[in-house]
Design a protein around this ligand. Structure first.
Ligand code: PLP
Length: 427
């Protein structure tokens, strides 16, 4: 039985998912069975550059030995105690991660969406207990085209019809304003009972939409002015992806232990992390805040059976050690500049791409076609044939987010694949 299962082809495995799995994704038809660093292999043995990195969860590269080593060691020792008892891994993780990001406290969860939910709950409770907002009246400002996950509350404040339609009734208490619009934020903050502003420093899912360079600093200033909790969702942008430890750090170049040196440094009241906090090895997410905010959560008021389990704790520490040991923020910054320079060179040669945008190694190219055209998809299929896998986001945009361990030679190899594909492409 197992020997026949091992020999299934890509086509058979795709059919199996089609028949037995819920159709909640539309994957590129490539079936992966192995990963190492910046590379993945399909079941037929074809090798690809991974240009999605599991939506920026695999920033440290596939199967990083330091992270996998921590997982294996802990797996033989103790996996789960629940928080009904203490374990010897959670405290050291909490100390490490709060020192790493410079906050008083952390609350560990599992998925990104759970961490966003956690931040919303903390923000509301803090508003009622410390800021005198009347019970059940708190409002949180969010942005158009946001992506914060898939729970019922989170899709309630999404404006993506696919994500939202027929999942109502929706959770009230959110005000949606245009992204990258300081005036709109200023106006919304003047409404009564505003508790928080929840924002992505760069909108990843929306197509790597990069706001004006002073947007985060202005938002911070306005939130301070109105005494409103500033919540940065760094689930995709955080952990070195955009060339700094957090995207809100602006051009701060510190690696690991944040030194908060530069004037562009913006410090949110609450930071939400997920994805790369485990290097893609295990689901780990986290919410960071200082005591004044985090202490509103008392026993019984929030939790998760798996949140902060010993495996998660060891994996996350190892994953963050890789970020600083290998200077991945610095590398993302350097490789990102090179990548955008090369893309701009290619754009000169083709009408197919109108623009490259992004920061660090979170980038996207805009395809010169309508959002409902299949051009971006067809291009991704052609790149796959040429050994590089990426995925369209929002129709005519292709996101390029390789693991941050990519070196210059590999990056130039990828640029050559992208160039060759674009120049040979016929609609
Ligand atoms: C992926 C993502 C989430 C949700 O994380 P999950 O682990 O998929 O629940 C939340 N916010 C942002 C910005 C994301 O990119």
């Amino acid at each position: 039985m197992s020997s026949t299962l091992e020999k299934l082809s890509s086509e058979e495995l795709i059919k199996m998912e089609e028949k037995h799995g819920a159709h909640n994704y539309h994957p590129l038809p490539v079936v992966l069975s192995k990963g190492d660093g910046v590379y993945v292999w399909d079941v037929e043995g074809k090798k690809y550059y991974d240009f999605l990195s599991a939506y920026s969860a695999v920033n440290q590269g596939h199967c990083h030995p330091h992270i996998v080593g921590a997982l294996k060691k802990q797996a033989d020792t103790l996996t789960l105690t629940s928080r009904a008892f203490y374990n010897d891994a959670l405290g050291p993780f909490e100390k490490f991660v709060t020192e790493f990001f410079n906050f008083d406290k952390v609350l560990a969860m599992n998925s990104g969406a759970e961490a966003v939910e956690t931040a919303i709950k903390i923000c509301r409770k803090h508003a009622y207990e410390k800021r005198g907002i009347p019970e059940d009246q708190a409002k949180i400002i969010v942005c158009e085209n946001n992506f914060h996950g898939r729970t019922t509350t989170i899709v309630s404040f999404s404006n993506d019809e696919t994500a939202r339609k027929n999942f109502g009734p929706y959770t009230p208490g959110f005000i949606r304003i245009p992204y990258d619009d300081v005036d709109a934020l200023d106006k919304a903050l003047q409404e009564e009972n505003v508790a928080g502003f929840l924002v992505e420093p760069i909108q990843g899912e929306a197509g790597v939409f990069t706001p004006a360079s002073n947007y985060m600093a202005e938002a911070r200033r306005l939130c301070d002015k109105h005494g409103v909790t500033f919540i940065a969702d760094e689930v995709q942008t955080g952990i070195a992806r955009t060339g700094s430890l957090l995207a809100v750090c602006g051009n701060c170049s510190c690696e690991g232990h944040c030194e908060r040196q530069e004037d562009t440094y913006v410090r949110p009241d609450i930071v939400v992390l997920g994805k790369a906090i485990s290097g893609g090895v295990y689901p780990v997410s986290a919410v960071l805040a200082d005591d004044e905010i985090m202490n509103v959560i008392q026993p019984g008021q929030h939790g998760s059976t798996f949140g902060g389990n010993p495996l998660a704790a060891k994996v996350a520490v190892a994953a963050l050690e890789v970020i600083s040991d290998e200077k991945l923020a610095q590398n993302a910054r350097k490789m990102g500049e090179l990548f955008r320079r090369e893309m701009n060179r290619i754009i000169e040669k083709t009408d197919l791409v109108t623009k490259v945008r992004g920061k660090g190694l979170l980038n996207a190219i805009l395809i010169n076609d309508t959002p409902d055209s299949t051009t971006a998809w067809d291009l991704c299929m052609a790149m796959k044939e040429n050994g590089l896998i990426a995925k369209p986001t929002h129709g005519n945009i292709i996101r390029f987010a390789p693991p941050l361990v990519m070196n210059e030679e590999q990056l130039m190899d990828c640029v050559a694949i992208i160039e060759k594909t674009l120049l040979a492409f016929k609609k």
